[in-house]
Design a binder for this molecule. Sequence first.
Ligand code: ASP
Length: 340
Amino acid sequence: MKNTFLIFIVLFELLMISCVQQNQKPVEKAVAKAEWAIVIHGGAGKINPDDFTAEKEKACREKLTEALETGGNILKSGGTSLDAVEATIRILEDSPLFNAGKGAVFNADGQNELDAAIMDGKTMKAGAVANVKTIKNPISAARKVMENSPHVMLIKEGAEKFASEQGLEIVDPSWFFTQERWDALQKARLRELEQKPDETKKGGTVGAVALDKSGNLAAGTSTGGMTNKKYGRVGDSPIIGAGTYANNATCGISATGHGEYFITNVVAYDISARMQYLGESLDNAANYVVNSKLKSQNASGGLVAMDKNGNISMPFNSDGMFRGFLKAKEKPQVYIFKEE
Ligand code: ASP
């Protein structure tokens, strides 16, 4: 009888312990993994509703939507995140609306010097070109460097020679001329002469991060840099870990903003590292870096980011950022200003 009572007590205790343990289990939110997803940006900066005509705003939104749908169609039909990122960025490079490819800004010498990078989160391989003047689509050159050379970055004439050998389209530097960007350079030069802060300083940049059906992340960025930049200046976009990064274990990132700060803060890698080492969520890590760390240094800009589950974060600390995303079975979402 005494033994039966003891067994009963022990079983009762075990039952209670198991109940307590169950209650202590953290409540896990069921986060559905996106089948595929793509997020893009067309640059961050002084982007306010008053600076836009209705037509220009419409044109920007339509181009961002077209870019998203181009990448989305590739992902939907089982294409790779690398293909989606490259094709999406090519659409934005070919548009004069954004500061990359055809819409690139001018440097202090009145030239367009372009930078781009791409990274594969599956293999951790990357490719980049910097300071190129004749490659029509620098993002494709970056991909060729990644896939068909033993290197990560090629610059200037060397990169151009390689791109031409790889069969990419080479154009005369004048192909990148647009009146709007030329006028922006003249304004910037004037302000420099008057020793006034250059509030018109236009950056821009385009970028994309995609997750494909196989669960692979890729990220890419392409830019003309910053108006009136010194000849030979290279920004963060083609620097792996600064403006561009992808790692299947953490996230893919494409940044835009005052490149020097993005380089010194190793922004894209910092976000990935916070996720990896501190266990932070994508959104917490990205927001901390953009809205706390960079902001405290007066470093203006933003980024688009995606984790391995297709969660998206698009923080920026500037007035606005051209941005948007598209997920499987959803409609494209496109935004420009802060308040929307
Ligand atoms: N990050 C680019 C650069 O510094 C410019 C920009 O995104 O606005 O070259």
